[in-house]
Design a protein around this ligand. Structure first.
Ligand code: SF4
Ligand code: SF4
Length: 640
């Protein structure tokens, strides 16, 4: 059949688009391979979605009830209210808060699963998990006010887990215990005054769902205030518990040398990719892959061994704890399959494209879902049994190993690119690099050797040239003597592009370079997975306390240059509510309401000391952050 005109246009556009898709050298050849083999990726689907719905982009469509859907005409010629009378301000605020609630729920439900297994250690049913870092647990106990003297580690663990369990559904109005333990006093006082102290994680998320139901909260300020409360519950309790208990069970990360990018796949081995966020299964998979029985099985099907690699944040978890190589970040999940060299993708939850099943159907790769809350039609579902974790992980891994014989050698193309990186800078690891105290960092900040600190986080998104904003913003910040720390897919991008090598200090300004060389650290530090943004909160709180100021007084700022996820809405909001300026590099769906835009980008500052700004040009965004840091230094009386 003759090709239609729009298909030809699409093809021409596609070619240009491919070249613009990514700065990562592994992407273009794999997109071309996908094209040759008739496989679609997120980039192809993004192209097909053009032009994206203008109402959706502005956030002015509402389908919160069955009188609708309703939409507001942003140009003022059509309806200015939905059927119930909700205007653009109400609709935009409600939509944004629902996104935030989903993000906070995702992080916190991840925490719930971790805490549940920690309870299993205390009660004895989670026999394949253990308390790996007793000192960390004792530290948490002390922060929570649990007495540790004369108690066994299990007695302490029992008291701590009881507090953790109550964080989700505590029935009273007292502040969350983890927030109370780790947030600075000035912040807590401010949140109390504003009435946004979170009480229980599930309650704050549920209250957003209630308030955004038709006929409840129509006031954008009131809605956003509740959003900040739910975000604080996520950052200072939900995500924080996910981080703290993962450290206790799997070890607190220390600097470790690793490899990153699709070149970590191996032609001679069974390649298994763990993907998602939660380390409960991925840590077990990484361990059982070394089991002689499994290695023997791999040899029996003609492979040299089993090569476990990571993707997204479950990848970050095993990267920083075990040195398991990472294959890429969010937009590379389909490309890993397109190499033709992947026997299985074993997933837990979050950021797993349903399209993996379609892509895998063109190759021999098996997609294995393992969580009751994450099923994808067409995937193999093998439920991960946490009470028999090791055996269960073996059962899942065997499916991958046995699939090696189905690999079609002629269709394999593994890009050669991979980069060495040093990752795993937990707060404890940073302190240890500093010689055990914050004093050297405080001195470097005061003297201006290090001008400030930027937290850069978040995803990749086909709306942005893959990895380009992450790289450009980081380059600009470190060149201006700003130490960059971060998590998530930013951290994977940095690993791939050489920013996590100590030699990257050469890209830094003279002051930061000197400090990095003296400490033997890179100018950008990998602090972990998405939930590990809570490590940044702990570090900021400790630094603010050390200097005797509020977090909002620090020469610091945050950025999510390529974010896509609802979780990023929650992360950005808890940093703003904690007093930081936060940059967003993709435009949130809020431009349909002037009031909401003003609240987020102006008014928030007078209330909580932090605010958002949106800038799609990463270099311009870095300059705004640098100017903000300069301003904070001026106010502290420090040299610019
Ligand atoms: S809640 Fe109001 S604006 Fe939304 S769909 Fe229902 S009637 Fe329309
Ligand atoms: S940074 Fe974003 S895309 Fe990457 S794993 Fe986290 S939520 Fe997913």
């Amino acid at each position: 059949m003759e090709e239609r005109v729009y298909e030809r246009i699409l093809r021409a556009t596609k070619r240009e688009f491919y070249e613009q898709a990514s700065i990562d050298p592994t992407v273009l050849p794999l997109l071309e391979k996908a094209d040759r083999e008739g496989v679609e990726t997120a980039w192809h689907r993004y192209l097909k979605q053009q032009p994206q719905c203008g109402f959706g982009l502005l956030g002015v469509c509402c389908r919160n009830c069955n009188m609708g859907p309703c939409r507001i005409d942003p140009f003022g010629y059509g309806p200015d209210k939905g059927i119930c009378g909700a205007d653009a301000d109400t609709i935009v605020a409600r939509n944004l808060m629902r996104a935030l609630a989903a993000g906070a729920a995702a992080h916190s439900d991840h925490a719930r699963d971790i805490v549940e297994v920690f309870r299993g250690i205390v009660d004895g049913w989670a026999k394949d998990y253990k308390i790996a870092d007793e000192q960390k647990l004792l530290g948490i106990a002390r922060a929570l006010g649990v007495k540790t003297d004369g108690k066994s580690i299990m007695e302490v663990a029992k008291e701590v887990v009881e507090i953790a369990e109550m964080e989700f559904g505590k029935p009273d109005n007292s502040p969350l215990r983890f927030l109370n333990a780790y947030a600075p006093e000035r912040r807590k006082e401010l949140w109390r005054k504003l009435g946004i102290t979170p009480r229980a994680i599930d309650r704050e998320v549920t209250e957003i769902m209630h308030r955004t139901h038709m006929g409840v909260d129509a006031d954008p300020l009131n809605l956003i205030a509740q959003g900040l409360r739910a975000a604080l519950a996520d950052g200072w309790s939900g995500s924080m518990m996910a981080t703290l208990f993962s450290d206790v069970m799997f070890g607190t990360p220390k600097p470790i040398k690793v490899w990153a990018n699709l070149g970590v796949l191996r032609e001679d081995s069974v390649n298994v990719m763990v993907h998602g966020h939660n380390p409960l299964l991925s840590m077990q998979i990484a361990e059982v892959a070394k089991d002689p029985e499994m290695v023997e099985l791999a040899k029996s099907v003609g492979a040299e061994g089993i090569n476990v690699v990571g993707m997204c944040c479950t990848g970050n978890e095993v990267l920083m704890r075990l040195g398991i190589p990472i294959a890429g970040n969010f937009l590379q999940q389909e490309l890993a399959i397109i190499t033709g060299a992947l026997e299985a993708v074993i997933v837990d939850y979050q950021c797993i494209m349903p399209a993996l099943v379609d892509v895998a159907s063109c190759y021999h790769t098996k997609i294995i879902t393992t969580e009751p809350k994450t099923k994808i039609p067409g995937a193999i579902h093998i439920e991960f049994d946490k009470a028999n974790a090791r055996e269960s992980a073996k059962k899942i891994l065997k499916v991958a190993v046995e699939n090696f014989k189905n690999r079609v050698k002629e269709r394999v193309f593994i890009p050669k690119e991979k980069m060495e990186a040093v990752v795993g800078f937990s707060v404890e690891a940073i302190l240890s690099a500093l010689g055990g105290s914050l004093e050297p960092l405080a001195d470097a900040l005061k003297s201006g050797k290090i001008k400030g600190i930027a937290g850069v986080v978040g995803c990749t998104n086909p709306k942005v040239r893959h990895d380009s904003s992450h790289v450009a913003i980081t380059k600009e910040l470190i060149a201006n003597d700003i130490l960059v720390v971060g998590t998530g897919c930013w951290a994977i991008a940095m690993s791939k592009h050489g920013f996590f090598k100590p030699e990257a200090a050469e890209m830094a300004g003279p002051g930061l370079r000197e400090v990095c060389k003296a400490l033997g650290i890179p100018p950008a530090l990998h602090m972990g997975s998405c939930v590990d943004c809570s490590r940044m909160l702990i570090a900021l709180a400790a630094l603010a306390d050390h200097l005797g100021v509020d977090i909002s007084d620090l020469p610091a700022a945050g950025s999510a240059p390529e974010w896509y996820s609802e979780k990023a809405v929650s992360i950005g909001s808890y940093f703003v509510a904690s007093g930081l300026l936060v940059h967003l590099g993709t435009i949130p769906q809020v431009l349909g309401s002037k009031r909401v835009v003003e609240l987020l980008t102006k008014d928030a500052e007078s209330l909580v000391g932090g605010k958002f700004f949106v800038e799609t040009d990463p270099v311009k965004a870095a300059r705004v952050m640098i100017e903000h840091i300069r301003e904070k230094r001026r106010k502290l009386g420090w040299p610019e």
